[in-house]
Design a protein around this ligand. Sequence first.
Ligand code: B1M
Length: 235
Amino acid sequence: MSEEEDDIILSELDDEELVQQMFDDLYDGLKEEIEEGVNILLERGWAPYKVLTEALVGGMTIVGNDFRDGILFVPEVLLAANAMKGGMAILKPLLAETGAPRMGAMVIGTVKGDIHDIGKNLVSMMMEGAGFEVVDLGINNPVENYLEALEEHKPDILGMSALLTTTMPYMKVVIDTMVEQGIRDDYVVLVGGAPLNEEFGKAIGANAYCRDAAVAVETAKQFVARKHNQGVATV
Ligand code: B1M
């Protein structure tokens, strides 16, 4: 780090400069600086969701592009992910603190062969904030993990995340197994992750593809409301 950079005092930057600096700090994997930046933005009255999407996800998009282009490599991206998680940990209780009424329950996990978890964690945080109880199975989940969790927790929703084109087909393995076992229609299946799209979601038999965490929350709410209305209608 140059002397000039050493001199930067985050709290003296205006909002726009601070967010730009946080992009740089995320890129450089500086967890403490990211945590400080998040706290400063919150103190300035930024909503937790705005800090999350504009400062953290915005920064991670730049990291993602340079990873794709071979400018950054796995170790650097791991550091950036670690810094991002530091910021997310501060926001998590705030996003969950909305006092939203209990909406339902969701089991979520990243599929087998895939260790990306930032997006899934973000979805979990936002779902909790919206009043869903979330059981997070973590990463690299074979079909058995999902089935056991469905059996144990009986959620309304099964969520699956995949970030690799090589792991996204595994979502179909899970859904097909649910069909074979006659339990597919007991759950709303929502899928997400950067390489997916709506067409893929339909093709594998999911109820919906969710572009981002906010869409996941809205979609989950709609499906749960529909389920409850059907329940009332059949009583
Ligand atoms: Co990896 N990686 N990575 N990586 N990584 C990608 C995905 C990649 C696109 C990078 C690139 O080349 N541009 C590329 C995949 C290419 C492809 O498949 N075509 C890639 C690769 C190749 C790899 C490795 C194979 C690299 C290697 O080893 N040579 C390897 C694979 C390891 C494995 O999984 N087996 C690997 C490893 C890693 C790290 C470990 C270094 C790290 C992960 C750390 C972690 O997650 N703890 C990492 C990272 C950080 C990325 C990028 C840079 C960022 C992903 C991320 O966290 N984004 C990523 C590039 C990119 O996506 N542009 C990349 C931020 C996050 C908020 O967004 O996850 O999309 P996202 O989640 C969003 C939505 O997608 C949606 O909501 C979220 C919030 O809005 N969503 C859901 C996600 N899941 C959902 C589930 C739902 C609903 C919505 O359920 C209801």
